[in-house]
Design a protein around this ligand. Structure first.
Ligand code: SAH
Length: 400
């Protein structure tokens, strides 16, 4: 069994960990230097040496590991992982029973009791994300549990613990049989081509499921839709299937063109009737203003941080400006879908950006609806940062 290192929690942080905070942070531990090998079990104690919690050491961008239990008698062993996985699977019964959706998350890290580990389901295949070398040391436990609890076709993995938390490029196949890619999965009846063995990204982000459905079912009909930071075009596909007059997808990455064409095509949509543009979104806004283009719906889903040749975008600093640019090319009575996965600010602050952007644009607005993570992305109330997704549907009203 792995040896246990005793970590002394600084007195000012004791209360927080006793309340169930799961992330082991640098600033909260007195003797971090005693941690040597990732994957060792750790025991957190207070100033008097009394027990707070148990977990593992694993370095990722967020911290130095995760607390797994506050019960001193609970062992972190194979049956611990099996129990967590079983509970998580039981909570996804509705998803497994839903014939219209075959891609969802079955294990969401600390929200399901094990920080640093996520598992997604893609029509019989399971994709494990390991966020540190430390959690990867528990690989056999996780694989054995999966094998016991589900009938999988195959298992793939992404090791996301190169320097800077980057993905390690290698063959990602782990167990079962290899898949034929693209694997065609469904999301609310819409088809999606996914690739489980082609680098870090599989082709779409499961956490926007409800937003995509809402756009298709309640907003797209007859509308011109601009989808910025479009990646493989997921929002555009749903808008087109909701009978949008036309979609325009803009992404800087060269690969986005072929990927977006593929996603339209697997759904039987003529991609030539849509615009797919490979360009910097900020340049595109300037172009659109110059050409007097405007749209009924503008979707903004930027990465939290991105650097292109000419611009650097950081959601926490630049979202207001991004909104102002979007506002300038949105029709009156149009809708802006503003989304961010940036964990460093909450919905309230996000609404502050929205308010400031509209004030400075001299326009009135109202927020029609809001979304956060869907049910399969379980979160814990003691770890607010884990509840990262914020989406607002904003109606652009008349001039002030
Ligand atoms: N909205 C997408 C996911 C976006 S991922 C979806 O729902 O599937 C972020 C995307 O932003 C990436 O594809 C990246 O290539 C793109 N990107 C980053 N900076 C950009 C910029 N300045 N202009 C255009 N696209 C950018």
């Amino acid at each position: 069994m792995k040896t246990e290192v005793v970590l002394k929690v600084k007195s000012t942080f004791v209360k927080k960990y006793k309340a169930g905070y799961p992330l082991i942070q640098k600033q909260s531990i007195n003797n971090l230097h005693e941690l040597k090998k990732e994957g060792v079990l750790v025991k957190l104690v207070d100033d008097h040496g009394s027990f707070i919690g148990k977990g593992y050491y694993g370095k990722q961008n967020k911290g130095y590991g995760w607390v797994l239990t506050q019960n001193e008698n609970e062992k972190i062993d194979p049956s611990f992982f099996e129990k967590k996985l079983k509970t998580a699977l039981n909570k996804r019964k509705a998803f497994f029973n839903d014939q219209e959706t075959t891609a969802f998350r079955i294990f969401n890290a600390e929200g399901d009791g094990v920080g640093g580990l996520t598992i997604d389901y893609f029509d019989g295949y399971y994709l494990i994300n390991w966020y540190s070398e430390g959690i990867y040391q528990f690989k056999e436990y996780v694989l054995d549990s999966l094998e016991k609890l589900v009938d999988y076709k195959g298992v793939y993995q992404k090791k996301r613990f190169n320097t800077d938390g980057q993905y390690i490029e290698e063959d990602d196949f782990v167990a079962g049989e290899r898949g034929q890619f693209p694997l065609i999965v469904k999301e609310n009846k819409v088809k999606f081509a996914v690739y489980l063995n082609e680098g870090a990204m599989v082709g779409f982000f499961l956490d926007q499921r409800e937003v995509r459905k809402t756009i298709r079912d309640h907003y797209a009909e007859g509308k011109t839709v601009l989808n910025t930071f479009s990646y493989t075009g997921a929002f555009s596909i749903f808008a087109a299937l909701g009978n949008a007059a036309k979609t325009t997808s803009v992404d800087l990455a060269n690969r986005s063109l072929a990927k977006t064409i593929e996603q339209f095509s697997v759904n039987g949509i003529d991609y030539e009737a849509q615009d797919i543009i490979v360009e910097d979104v900020f340049r595109y806004f300037k172009y659109a203003v110059k050409k007097k283009l405007s749209f009924d719906m503008v979707i903004l889903d930027p990465p939290s941080f991105a650097r292109s040749k000419k611009y650097t975008f950081s959601a926490s600093k630049d979202y207001k400006q991004l909104l102002k640019e979007a506002i300038s090319i949105t029709n009156e009575q149009g809708v802006i879908v503003a989304s961010t996965n940036c964990a460093t600010f909450d919905m309230q602050k996000f609404k502050g950006f929205i308010d400031a952007a509209f004030k400075e644009s001299n326009l009135q607005y109202n927020i029609l609806e809001e979304y956060s993570l869907p049910d399969d992305f379980r979160t814990m109330k003691q770890f607010k940062e884990g509840n990262y997704l914020k989406v607002a549907f904003i109606k652009v009203r008349s001039r002030r």
